[in-house]
Design a protein around this ligand. Structure first.
Ligand code: NAD
Length: 543
């Protein structure tokens, strides 16, 4: 048994490769893309380390070329969920007792595999499955994922070192136990890093996880499982169960052993899962920890002192990178009349330059949206705006699904601050602008605060310090991630802990120590060196 206090060096964020023309990384990535594209794979469930092929299959295709099949996925249901829970609880016996350094070493090694020999494979699979450009993939499927693993390992050591005060005569200690049972990790399509982190963060703390990846990104998730296996993750610690939502969700949430839900996805799904847990509450052995990060209706609010050139670029990147399919993507803007003409002119000029297409063509800034369902939903909003009396489309507005699910970056201008696309999460490349009278600045701040149920990200723009303070104060509860003179996207682990309030989630801040506290259960231990020999207290003595 080791008996030393082991340290983990404070990590640094993984630097991003640039993939510029002529670079070695560009050539290497193109090569892996070509190889991967030629393969058609089978994606099984992974239960107790074994591949399980259920025979209930679905095709996995590329969003930007939906005629191209990447593979076949096997879907799970009640039987596989039961097997997975039983196997995970068995694996837990050894895993929970494993010294922490042995557990975290696996994830630190996984980070090195992701940033080293499998870097281009991680990028290629995410690009193909989720239609990300090399840059969008590199920052998350490699950078953010490695950061999650490395920083969570380091945070965990800080948690374990945090010990209570011990007055004379006693020793107070706290131990940080894994939760009793299993954690159900339900993950979204849009970030490979988030998908990998949700089952892994609890596992690092000694828990076992049942991971239900999104059917829309199961391809890249499967490669993450392979990295974890290569890094030495024991069988059964993370069970990989692809499937349609409720087919896996309902039996998992029925289990008396559910000890936590680690969710990222839409508000509607989270509400559903929370309700199911509520309805099942009598069944559980323990009150499940519920962590959920959901949607956003993220704003950029400009004051008339804003730097219009920089504001324009922030709007383009904030709204249209990854086709607006980021929970943090800018989707509504408040622009004062005095600068609106200049801003719109510059914005339209930039949006017109954006190229949309196959992500293997590195000159494209945007790929396709994830699925036909997403395409129909987003184009529905665009059609709605085309027909509305109180809105007009000032850039983009076209879409085409003949080869891939392509939607042009679209800017809507409305005279109605409560226009549908100012309020609802669209999750696509659609930005709506509301122009306000300069002398209605304060009322418009109120509008921004109370227009949507979400409070995920937001950005304010001004060159006046007093105004910035006024905006930040008024919008204190409007966003969990708040940006000053910047775009509202691209949070980095250990720099901007991520999560929102209101209907954007429980704000447990992935990429920070706060998230890990949800996956441990403290045991306080008091040892007394000299316990009393008399039960009477001094006040009871004779006068
Ligand atoms: P989604 O809600 O459609 O799906 C999320 C996951 O839930 C998927 O794996 C899905 O299969 C699963 N699911 C659905 N019904 C279920 C059920 N009954 N039981 C168990 N699982 C079920 O979300 P999505 O389209 O994958 O992702 C986009 C959404 O995620 C957007 O709303 C976005 O804002 C949000 N998001 C939020 C954050 C954040 O950190 N706040 C980050 C990324 C994405």
């Amino acid at each position: 048994m080791s008996n030393a206090y082991f340290n983990i060096q404070e990590p640094v964020n993984e630097p991003y490769l640039q993939y510029a023309p002529g670079s070695a990384e560009r050539a290497a990535l193109k090569e892996v893309l070509k190889e991967q594209k030629e393969k058609e794979i089978e994606i099984p469930a992974i239960i107790n380390g074994k591949e399980v092929k259920t025979g209930r299959t679905a095709d996995v295709v590329m969003p930007h070329n939906h005629g191209h099949k990447l593979g076949t996925v096997h879907y799970c249901g009640e039987k596989e969920v039961e097997q997975a829970i039983e196997g995970a609880l068995e694996a837990r016996k050894e895993w929970a007792e494993m010294p922490w350094q042995e557990r975290v070493a696996i994830f630190l090694k996984a980070a090195d595999i992701i940033t080293g020999p499998k870097r281009f494979l991680m990028n290629a699979t995410t690009m193909m499955a989720q239609s990300k450009t090399p840059q969008q993939s590199e920052i998350e499927a490699v950078g953010e994922l490695a950061d999650f693993f490395r920083f969570n390992a380091w945070y965990l050591t800080k948690i374990y070192k945090d010990q209570p005060h011990s007055p004379d005569g006693m020793w107070n200690r706290v131990e940080y136990r894994p939760l009793e049972g299993f954690v159900f990790a339900v993950t979204p399509f849009n970030f490979t890093a988030i998908a990998a982190n949700l089952p892994s963060a609890p596992a690092m703390c000694g828990n076992v996880s049942i991971w239900k990846p999104s059917p829309e990104s199961v391809y890249s998730s499967y490669y993450v499982m392979q990295v974890l296996k290569e890094a030495g993750l024991p069988d059964g610690v993370i069970q990989f169960l692809p499937g349609e939502g409720a087919d896996v969700g309902d039996p998992a949430l029925e289990s008396e052993h559910l000890s936590g839900l680690h969710f990222t996805g839409s508000m509607g799904t989270f509400n559903q899962l929370w309700k199911t847990i509520g309805n099942n509450i009598e069944k559980y052995n323990t009150y499940p920890r519920i962590v959920g990060e959901t949607g956003g209706k993220d704003f950029i609010f400009a004051h008339n002192s804003a730097d219009v050139d920089r504001l324009t670029i922030a709007a383009v990147r904030g709204a249209f990178e990854y086709q607006g399919q980021k929970c943090s993507a800018a989707s509504r803007m408040y622009v004062p009349k005095s600068i609106s003409e200049e801003f719109e002119e510059k914005l339209i000029a930039e949006v017109d330059k954006i190229k949309v297409g196959d992500v293997e063509d590195f000159s494209n800034f945007m790929g396709a949206v994830i699925s036909r369902k997403a395409f129909d939903k987003i184009s529905g909003y665009i059609d709605y705006a085309k027909k509305a009396d109180d809105a007009e489309i000032i850039a983009g507005g076209d879409y085409d699904d003949s080869e891939g699910y392509f939607i042009q970056p679209t800017v809507i201008k409305t005279t109605n601050p409560k226009f549908k696309t100012m309020e609802e999460e669209i999750f696509g490349p659609v930005l709506t602008i509301y122009v306000y009278e300069d002398d209605k600045f304060e009322e418009t701040l109120d509008l921004c605060d109370n227009t949507s149920p979400f409070a995920l990200t937001g950005a304010i723009w001004s060159r006046d310090r007093y105004v910035l303070k006024q905006m930040a104060d008024r919008l204190r509860q409007s966003a969990g991630n708040f940006y000053i003179n910047d775009k509202p996207t691209a949070a980095v682990v250990n720099q901007q802990p991520f999560g929102g309030g209101r209907k954007s989630g429980t704000n447990d801040k992935a990429g920070s120590i706060a998230n890990l506290y949800k996956w441990v259960s403290m045991r306080s231990m008091k040892e007394t060196y000299s316990a009393p020999l008399d039960w009477r207290y001094p006040y009871m003595g004779e006068e």
